[in-house]
Ligand binder design. Structure first.
Ligand code: C5P
Length: 224
């Protein structure tokens, strides 16, 4: 099957602090987005990238045309950015399988992709998840409410793997007024099952300032 990756990098990354959006910050000697592209390049047939309007020049400088099949302008929301990228893939000949990935996750263990692709034999979608280690409680105004059973909760990562036609249809059918922080919920809404596979702590998304030093410590060791 023809497997492509869609990397979304059009966010501003405000929670990470600093002037530079997190996907362009240098970690272990390279911009975060370059790590993400290099990891995926070894595993897929083509990589499509979604970038912010003000970032295209920088991205083209960092990554060669040879590495990237298409550059698409992002939207105000992650969901809108993914939709734009899926349409770009459709226009450039489509695919059988798409891995939708955040640029802000610089390390991608190959085994995770293996688990995702195997799961797609059984379902139109598969996502990597991790268990929740801490106790979870509801609370408001500093007062504790009920405890939530953590055994049935998972932390969701990317890449998320989909049969391309199914996720494209699901995105086209989604109500634009509603937000979605990942694509698996969009696929589920259109009636498909999504399989959970084991994620990996090394896939953690860089969101807050302290995430960068953790990634720095992890990347050189894990590339050996
Ligand atoms: O903001 P968040 O951490 O959820 O972003 C996850 C990924 O989605 C990042 O790689 C970010 O660049 C991308 N994104 C996007 N377009 C947006 C918002 C986020 O491509 N409007």
């Amino acid at each position: 099957p023809r497997t492509v990756a869609l990397i979304v990098a059009a966010g501003q990354g405000r929670r990470a602090g600093g002037e530079t959006p997190k996907q362009f910050r240098i970690v272990a000697g390279k911009p975060v987005i370059v790590h993400a592209v290099e990891r995926l390049a070894a595993l897929v047939d083509a990589i499509h990238l979604v970038v912010g309007a003000d970032q295209e020049g920088e991205v083209r400088r960092l990554l060669s045309e040879r590495q990237i099949a298409s550059f698409t302008m992002g939207a105000d929301s992650r969901r809108g950015s993914v939709r734009a990228g899926l349409e770009a893939i459709a226009q450039s000949g489509g695919a059988d399988i798409v891995l939708i990935h955040d640029a802000a996750r610089p390390f991608l263990p190959r085994e995770v992709v293996g688990r995702l692709l195997t799961a797609l034999d059984e379902a139109a979608g598969a996502i990597p998840v991790l268990p929740v280690a801490d106790t979870l409680v509801r609370g408001s105004d500093g007062a504790m409410g009920g405890t939530v059973d953590r055994a049935e909760l998972h932390r969701v990562q990317t890449p998320q793997a989909f049969r391309f036609a199914a996720i494209l249809d699901a995105h086209r059918a989604w109500n634009d007024a509603e937000e979605a922080t990942d694509d698996a919920q969009i696929l589920r809404r259109s009636g498909h099952d999504v399989i959970l596979v084991q994620g990996d702590e090394r896939l953690a998304k860089l969101t807050f300032p302290e995430d960068f030093s953790r990634a720095e410590a992890m990347l050189p060791r894990s590339t050996r």
